[in-house]
Design a protein around this ligand. Structure first.
Ligand code: DOR
Ligand code: ZN
Length: 377
């Protein structure tokens, strides 16, 4: 397999973070160790059936909680379905693992305000996901008329303090693939928060400097964003390096280098508005390596190593823990985790693939060597 081109993360810094700040770092001879509060994954695809069984332990071994995406087939549109899905995730967990799935509802044109009340009362649903219809994998049942049909639901979400998680891309085929996030901000997101300033919104998997600027310009506490490892480490060249690279294809698609640099700069500055969301999205190998491959990068096994790499290369390891473990729960109004994990500066090789009953899954950076090894304390 072709080596993935990994870009250096040294970019112009906002407020300067001191390199190697002296918090919880241990330098064991040549080996550096970092002990941080157990992270959560605020954007995660766990799938169902044997794919769920194949992937869940990769997230559960590193993360305390995961915001679980509802884009199954059929989608998770009701609280009852979310409760059942949560049960199947808990059943698939390894023994003695206390990973907590935080469930989400898939917003449609016909979701009712009562469903939002039920979701809040259930104690298992923590957010509602907006997929513009046709934007990405399993989004056919998504929203076609946010400002018309969904307004009463959005108003109820404000009442219930339920965040809206946004896949921020327009679907108009006339809009260039690489501009879909920027156009979404101007035509949907900005008008939405002007209309409903009390609505909590997470702009998921931001990919552009436009999104960075937009989130930074909004009121703190109401608008935040998740950031994936791939949008921090790769630019759009990684899709074409040495031939078409299906395992680097996700949506929103990788962008130009200037956008990647803007995202690295803001997360390593320590901004509280940005937090960890892997968007780990497994697809069976044949569904990626074919004439019409699925969007989605399977990064759960490598995500923490990659985030640590980004912060290390930016000289901002002292800002890593807030990004991985504090900013997310603080935004959602949930307690921070109390247990810790360790990140050791040890080389390890990413497996080429993971086999499961229906095939194989190829992880991000398959076969490559990474520097930071996570383990439970
Ligand atoms: O690349 C992606 N894959 N982006 C999404 O928005 C959905 C995800 C998936 O479910 O595979
Ligand atoms: Zn996603």
């Amino acid at each position: 397999m072709m080596k993935t081109l990994v870009l250096p993360c040294r970019v112009p810094r906002l407020p300067c973070a001191k390199t190697g700040a002296p918090i919880r770092f241990k330098d064991k001879g040549a080996r550096m160790e970092l002990s941080i509060t157990r992270p959560d994954d605020w954007h995660l695809h766990l799938r169902d059936g044997d794919l769920l069984e194949a992937v869940v332990s990769h997230s559960a071994s590193h993360f305390g909680r995961g915001i679980v995406m509802p884009n199954l087939k059929p989608p998770i549109t009701t609280t009852a379905a979310a409760v059942a899905y949560r049960e199947s995730i808990l059943k698939a967990l390894p023994a003695n693992n206390d990973f907590t799935p935080l469930m989400t509802l898939y917003l449609t044109d016909t979701t009712t305000p009562d469903e939002i009340k039920l979701a809040r009362e259930s104690g298992t649903v923590f957010a509602v996901k907006l997929y513009p219809a046709g934007a990405t994998t399993n989004s056919e049942d998504g929203v076609t008329d946010l400002f018309g049909k969904c307004l009463p639901v959005l108003e109820e979400m404000i009442e219930q303090n339920m965040p809206l998680l946004v896949h921020g891309e327009v679907t108009d085929p006339a809009v260039d693939m690489f501009d879909r996030e920027k156009v979404f901000i101007e035509t949907v997101l900005r008008p939405l928060i002007e209309k409903l300033p009390q609505l909590k919104v997470v702009m998921e998997h931001v990919t552009t400097m436009d999104a960075v600027r937009f989130v930074e310009s909004c009121s703190e506490g109401f608008i935040a964003a998740t950031v994936t490892p791939q949008h921090l480490l790769l630019n759009r060249n990684a899709l074409f390096q040495g031939g078409l690279q299906p395992h680097n294809y996700c949506l929103p698609v990788l962008k130009r280098e200037i956008h990647r640099q803007a995202i690295v700069s803001v997360v390593t500055s320590g901004s509280k508005r940005f937090f960890l969301g892997t968007d780990s999205a497994p697809h069976e190998r044949q569904r990626k390596e074919c004439s019409c491959g699925c969007a989605g990068i399977y990064n759960a096994p490598v995500a923490l190593s990659l985030y640590a790499k980004v912060f290390e290369e930016a000289g901002a390891l002292d800002k890593l823990e807030a990004f991985t473990s504090f900013n997310g729960p603080d935004f959602y109004g949930l307690p921070r985790n109390t247990s810790k994990i360790k990140l050791s500066k040890n080389s390890w090789k990413v497996p080429e693939s993971f086999s499961f009953a229906s095939g194989e899954i190829v992880p991000m950076f398959a076969g490559e060597t990474l520097d930071w090894l996570p383990s439970s304390v």
